[in-house]
Design a protein around this ligand. Structure first.
Ligand code: ATP
Ligand code: MG
Length: 384
């Protein structure tokens, strides 16, 4: 009797011509998720089986697989030779000793001498005689013993279905560049877009020495959390210190955040085009803070010329975002105190609804292009 894990993927996305491609990417992602753990993965009629792993690693493997987008559900099963005594022994091992149950059989091997109804009846009968506190309930049983008689002479027996991460295999929907701050929102935004199958690279802006090195470490930690879902990620770290100093020196202080955001977006687009990213992703949520009014978004959006800007959190309340942040395992890192570059030279009264004319007027006091080029030269890249 061998323990195996059944992985089911959502068929909906796998129709037609793309099926082979989706399955290939999904298979590669599964291998990446289980890198370093002894195992074998086999694809069988629309499902994958993880086999040949150490029993003690089961929970660890499930934990890793829980982060793989495209998995619809999973089950831990016992694999036995297709033989009624063996199947019964496995059913007995997965069945609870009391309460109500039913047996459900799926038989791919049509040559087996019993059909699925007969297998269910026989195994159900044997379970009843072996466990006096068990009762059959075919309508709403407390547990279902699933028996899957396969074509290769083996049978899988299991009773639980775990919900998978859902979504689409990462790598099937292109690549996006995420503006990753040290806050709660942007990692969640990256997670949501990765779930739709997109590869994510991250860009982070710092204003060292005004912000400290802990802020940087924190962002690296957040990028690592995201990396667990996005099959790895690359983090680009860029200094906007000079830009902020120039704005501080030359412009109306109330426009600091607005102007800085426009620089961030310009630099992000330039980098995105360089690394082949097809969109920019931010963690903005409408109306959450002063800089996230529709006027603020219009102002930062208008400098992005070639790519769409995705803002998956726009319609979310903060508590909904926090819930997702906890679920993805980023929250405890995000709430560690740190200095964001946006808090450096922060004016008492930042402009809330920046008018395009005023913004242009303030920005015209700066040499935008050379500041961008200079910032770009500070770029460091980490593979996580
Ligand atoms: P977050 O929790 O993601 O920091 P926030 O609620 O603090 O978001 P803002 O500080 O207004 O909101 O930032 C809005 C978005 O701008 C962020 O979600 C992120 O995508 C981007 N951003 C802000 N600061 C940085 C930074 N230092 N580096 C990269 N991106 C940033
Ligand atoms: Mg922030």
């Amino acid at each position: 009797m061998e323990k195996v894990i059944i992985i089911r993927y959502s068929e909906i996305h796998l129709k037609g011509k793309n099926r082979g491609y989706f399955e290939r990417v999904f298979g590669i992602n599964l291998e990446k998720a289980l890198k370093g753990i002894r195992h074998e993965i086999r694809r069988r009629s629309g499902r994958y089986l993880v086999e040949c792993f150490d029993d003690s690693q089961t929970d660890y493997i499930l934990e890793r697989l829980n982060k793989v987008f495209g998995i619809h559900s999973m089950s831990v099963a016992l694999k036995v030779p297709t033989d009624m005594d063996e199947i019964f022994a496995a059913a007995q091992a997965v069945c609870s000793r009391s309460g109500t149950f039913k047996v459900e059989t799926h038989r791919a091997d049509k040559s087996f001498f019993l059909n699925s109804m007969e297998i269910s009846a026989e195994i159900g009968g044997r379970l009843l005689s072996a466990n006096k506190n068990l009762k059959v309930d075919v309508h709403s049983p407390q547990s279902v013993i699933n028996i899957d008689v396969r074509e290769d002479g083996t049978t899988l027996v299991f009773n639980d279905f775990f919900k998978g991460a859902g979504g689409m295999p990462v790598g099937t929907a292109g690549k996006g560049l995420l503006l990753l701050s040290g806050g709660i929102d942007s990692p969640v935004a990256g997670h949501m877009i990765a779930k739709r199958g997109m590869n994510i690279e991250c860009i982070h802006f710092h204003s060292y020495p005004y912000t400290n090195l802990q802020a940087r470490d924190k962002v690296i930690e957040l990028a690592k959390v995201l990396s667990g879902y996005s099959c790895g990620t690359r983090l680009h770290i860029i200094s906007v210190t000079r830009i902020q100093e120039e704005i501080h020196k030359s412009c109306n202080g109330e426009y600091m955040v607005t102007l800085l955001r426009r620089f961030m977006m310009r630099i992000a687009e330039k980098l995105a085009l360089k690394v082949g990213a097809q969109c920019i992703i931010t963690g903005e949520s409408l109306g959450q803070v002063a800089s996230q009014t529709i006027e603020g978004m219009t102002s930062s959006n208008s400098v992005v010329k070639k790519l769409p800007v995705l803002r998956p959190l726009c319609g979310f309340d903060k508590d909904e975002i926090i819930e997702r942040s906890r679920a993805m395992g980023a929250f405890e890192i995000s709430i560690q105190p740190y200095e964001d570059c946006c808090t450096v030279f922060l004016p008492k009264h930042p402009v809330i609804k920046p008018s395009p004319e005023e913004v242009m007027k303030e920005e015209s006091k700066l040499d935008v292009e050379s500041l961008i080029d200079e910032a770009f030269k500070t770029r460091e890249t980490l593979d996580l």
